[in-house]
Ligand binder design. Structure first.
Ligand code: AMP
Length: 292
């Protein structure tokens, strides 16, 4: 695996691999502190391309809180070893000054899709995400890019940006990878103390409760949300940031759960904010889909 830090070197590599060699390139953007969720994206990327570039870049522009950026876990040596083991061909790990040279003043805003959910609670977050992902796209020049559905809104924002800007890049969403007990893997899980790690199970418990409510025939969003909120309220170390039931395409709140709805939540466990989500499918539709 090759490690590249400079934008110009990354562009040169891509030009050569795409042009001279005619190979397909996949990009997996990450912020490092890698876990099996990230590695599943590398594996998926390998199935869609001849060469896989993984980027590790803690993007200051997408952090709404300076303390979160400062304490975000960084472990590039370990990340490099994991990426090499997973079969990445290039680790692109630029400095902040490479991606945002002095004087940079161009940013990307995806409007409506960036408003609700995390957008409402983390001002400027998706402007930072869209900007850095577009920069990574123009530097790495991938044919395909893989993103995890754990950050459901992020994938929606990136897909919209790709359509709106006519970018010739396939976006692939990858399923959420969980610990054995149900906690969605996240670099931020490293911050949790023992009791907080146990408390963090209330996120997946809330998704389970909402899913059970829909499976039992509940169509009223308020009742589904109450089931999720109750599961979180049982945990004294947890504080809800948001729990929302939205249309998975528009991310607007649903008036009734008739077909499918996305339950998305963000919960503070102590000083760590965790997110999770699940697509809830109404049983009748589920069985029709199965037989289709
Ligand atoms: P991050 O390093 O947190 O910015 O995440 C980099 C990529 O990995 C994003 O596309 C995330 O959605 C994805 N990702 C993070 N955690 C998981 C997970 N538990 N399962 C699947 N994908 C994940």
């Amino acid at each position: 695996m090759r490690a590249i830090e400079q934008v110009s070197a990354m562009q040169a590599w891509s030009r050569e691999v795409r042009g001279r060699d005619g190979l397909r390139v996949a990009l997996v953007p990450t912020m490092g502190a890698l876990h099996d969720g990230h590695l599943s994206l590398i594996e998926l990327a390998r199935r869609h391309a001849d060469r896989v570039v993984a980027s590790v870049f803690v993007n200051p522009v997408q952090f709404d809180r300076a303390d979160d950026f400062a304490r975000y876990p960084r472990d590039l040596e370990r990340d490099g070893a994991l990426l090499a083991g997973a079969g990445a061909d290039v680790l692109f790990a630029p400095d902040v000054s490479e991606i945002y040279p002095a004087g940079a003043q161009t940013f990307v805003t995806v409007e409506q899709l960036a408003q609700p959910l995390c957008g409402a609670h983390r001002p400027g977050h998706f402007r930072g995400v869209a900007t850095v992902v577009l920069k990574l796209f123009t530097v790495v020049q991938p044919h395909v890019a893989v993103f995890g559905e754990k950050d459901f809104q992020q994938v929606a924002v990136i897909r919209r940006m790709v359509r709106d800007l006519f970018l010739d890049i396939d976006i692939i969403g990858a399923p959420i990878v969980r610990e054995a007990d149900g906690l969605a893997m996240s670099s931020r899980n490293r911050h949790l103390t023992g009791p907080e790690r146990r408390a963090a199970l209330c996120l997946s418990a809330a998704l389970d409760a909402a899913e059970a409510a829909v499976a039992a025939g509940t169509h009223d969003p308020a009742a589904v949300l109450a089931a999720a909120n109750d599961a979180i309220a049982r945990e004294s170390l947890a504080r809800v940031d948001y729990v929302s039931l939205v249309d998975p395409d528009t991310l607007a709140p649903v008036a009734s759960v008739d077909d499918r709805a996305l339950l998305a939540l963000a919960v503070w466990i102590g000083s760590t904010r965790l997110i999770d989500n699940r697509l809830l499918v109404v049983p009748a539709i589920k069985s029709e889909r199965r037989s289709a």
